[in-house]
Structure formats: structure tokens, C-alpha cells
Design a protein around this ligand. Structure first.
Ligand SMILES: [Zn+2]
Ligand SMILES: [Zn+2]
Length: 76
């Protein structure tokens, strides 16, 4: 699979991951991995796992995610 963003730039680059949103291939340069801590409670008590789950986004979807992020202070 080739990186879709590189393809739009007229370059052919092997993709290392697939965007979970649009399923486009992304090379390391266009890949935006988001790691979210996974909190998991067990039956033995409140043991929280610090394991991280990975979410791979292409540059386009990552940019749109940033726009949807309401963490912008003083927006209104
Ligand atoms: Zn690329
Ligand atoms: Zn995408």
C-alpha cells in the first residue's frame, strides 16, 4: 500500500499504517499516531492499566480532529 498523502503530492511512498478514519495509507511522515491511555478496572480491585492504545490517523483526518477539539480557550 502507498501513502495517500504522498500520492497527492506526486510521490510514491510505502505506507506503514492505515488511517482508522478514512482507511487511507499513511507513511511515517504523514502518519499521526494518537495514543490514549486505557483505563481498565479488574475484579480484584482498582488496578489501572497504563497500557496505551494506538490510533493511527492520516494528516487530513488528524487536522480535522484538531478542528473538532473544543479545547480552544476563548473560542466564543
Ligand atoms: Zn506520505
Ligand atoms: Zn484519514
Amino acid at each position: 500500500m502507498r501513502c495517500y498523502d504522498c500520492y497527492r503530492e506526486g510521490i510514491e511512498t510505502s505506507a506503514v499504517a492505515v488511517c482508522i478514519e478514512c482507511h487511507a495509507g499513511a507513511c511515517p511522515r504523514h502518519l499521526h499516531p494518537e495514543s490514549e491511555p486505557v483505563r481498565r478496572s479488574t475484579s480484584t480491585g482498582r488496578v489501572w492499566s497504563a497500557r496505551e492504545s494506538r490510533r493511527m490517523y492520516c494528516s487530513v483526518c488528524h487536522a480535522s480532529l484538531q478542528q473538532e477539539d473544543p479545547a480552544d480557550p476563548g473560542g466564543m
